[in-house]
Design a protein around this ligand. Sequence first.
Ligand SMILES: C[S@@+](CC[C@H](N)C(=O)[O-])C[C@H]1O[C@@H](n2cnc3c(N)ncnc32)[C@H](O)[C@@H]1O
Length: 212
Amino acid sequence: MIPLIDTKLEEYAIAHSRGVSPLLQELQIYTYEHCDNPQMVTGPLEAGFLRMLVQLIGARRVLEIGLFTGYSALAMAEALPAGGELISCEIDREHCAIANSFIERSPHGDKIHIMLGPALETLDTITGRFDLVFLDADKENYLQYYEKTLSLLRPGGLLVADNTLWSGRVLDPRKDTDHALVAFNRHVQRDDRVENILLTVRDGMMLVRKRT
Ligand SMILES: C[S@@+](CC[C@H](N)C(=O)[O-])C[C@H]1O[C@@H](n2cnc3c(N)ncnc32)[C@H](O)[C@@H]1O
């Protein structure tokens, strides 16, 4: 991932933000030492922002697409009130196993429910309303995830889509994934059902508020 802002500035921002829990720090180190593509971990700045959003909107139910080793799920679960719930969809059994080994150690782990399988299929089985949705899985399916999860989002709820600047490749799309993100951003921008803002946090975070 190409940093959108100067690395030193990003480090400064991390140093001047409330840190993540020791368990999350350990999880990030573990992921970098044991997993392929460890940069997929959202990291302290973005996860801290997600945690802040959960608190700001008073979320009780969160839906995540793309668990990986559980970093963003755990960060958001830490901010959920007692009795809150986070459902995370993940296709890779090994990722689920690593995530579970950390989730089991967290006092907030009982709020997290992992659903193993292709998220598009899993989504058809999920019911009820969510306060916040976090899209962070395969980019080619973002549009479909958006349409499916928007209907699960409560009016006034928030959908957050990660990697929407895609290391700047949205400006000069070449590969299928680049085009998928360009199409996703355009679709959201034209959608009258929502208000949106594309933030330059980390790799780009599209915040989408479903109108009431
Ligand atoms: C960018 S990572 C998620 C990072 C995670 N949110 C974090 O903070 O660590 C994307 C994850 O989506 C998963 N994934 C990819 N395609 C998927 C699919 N069709 N259904 C469910 N999960 C999928 C991958 O296995 C990977 O673990």
